[in-house]
Design a protein around this ligand. Structure first.
Ligand SMILES: Cc1cc2nc3c(=O)[nH]c(=O)nc-3n(C[C@H](O)[C@H](O)[C@H](O)COP(=O)(O)OP(=O)(O)OC[C@H]3O[C@@H](n4cnc5c(N)ncnc54)[C@H](O)[C@@H]3O)c2cc1C
Length: 245
């Protein structure tokens, strides 16, 4: 008997589980009720969608990937994609604003100690706060080894200088993972990562960048001028931020 006759197909099933269908429906309903009605206006005026972010946080559509131990849902990338697809159906800019904590939190999840995860990630679950991922610079996009930002160790502190651009949500983030060279002579092997609270003296949002699309997601440039942070804000070992794991 063939597979067609029995109605039973072998191989991998691409059916969504009942939980995944429920999650997708929740995101769809949210996009329909909370995002779509605001999409055109927020896009036209490049409005940061703080109110929509707060509602998404309240019903559990943010920080989906954080581990249960930190209060998160521990969802897989595929589940996050199901949610992201629906939010972006509502408005890709607002969808990006809601989802971008995933990018900012990733280096802490990958390289942070348990204490650092507790310190920086748990508050994301408790409140609708934002974090961002500060890698790109005016002269360092695809080729991040060209970055010029530096982090100089002075005792128990680092002093950061440089500038970052095109950073999603940076203008509204409570902290950013900043990549900077602790050893400028070593190219990509000299890059380290640091959590920088955005209210640290010397951090200056220079520009909310204008865009032709996704206008309701904040994309900002910021400068770091003698920004002093504790050594405990470094993620992982010094000069190992570009190492593949
Ligand atoms: C809306 C938006 C949000 C962003 N958010 C963030 C963020 O949150 N954090 C962050 O760090 N960055 C962010 N970025 C920056 C983004 O990661 C960079 O734009 C990207 O890395 C490309 O860098 P670039 O724009 O300097 O382009 P370039 O690196 O100058 O590349 C320009 C073009 O040349 C091509 N190219 C480059 N090198 C090569 C090569 N060796 N061979 C062949 N082709 C090549 C590229 O594919 C591209 O088409 C954001 C950008 C945008 C537009």
């Amino acid at each position: 008997m063939t597979q067609v006759e029995t109605g039973v197909a072998g191989g991998v099933s691409f059916e969504l589980t009942p939980e995944q269908r429920e999650l997708r429906a929740l995101a769809r309903e949210f996009a329909e009720k909370e995002i779509r009605p605001r999409a055109a206006e927020y896009d036209e005026h490049s409005t940061h969608p703080a109110d929509v972010i707060a509602k998404a946080h309240e019903i559990g559509l943010m920080n989906l990937h954080l581990p249960e131990a930190l209060g998160g849902l521990d969802l897989r990338a595929f589940d996050g994609m199901l949610v992201g697809e629906e939010l972006s159906w509502g408005c890709s800019g607002i969808g990006t604003s809601i989802s971008a904590n995933g990018l900012g939190a990733a280096p802490v999840l990958i390289a942070g100690s348990e204490e650092q995860k507790e310190q920086w990630l748990t508050p994301l679950v408790e409140e609708p706060i934002l974090c961002s991922f500060g890698l790109t610079e005016p002269d360092a996009g695809s080729d991040v080894a060209r970055m010029k930002s530096t982090a100089e160790r002075r005792g128990d502190e680092y002093v950061l200088n440089g500038s970052k651009t095109f950073i999603t949500n940076a203008g509204h983030a409570s902290w950013t993972v900043v990549f900077a060279k602790t050893d400028p002579s070593k190219g990509h092997r000299g890059i380290s990562a640091f959590v920088v609270p955005m209210d640290t003296p010397g951090v200056q949002i220079e520009k909310h960048l204008d865009k032709m699309g996704q206008r309701s997601t904040d994309t900002s440039a910021f400068a770091l001028t003698d920004v002093v942070i504790p050594v405990g804000n470094r993620l992982g070992e010094e000069a190992k931020a570009s190492r593949s794991r």
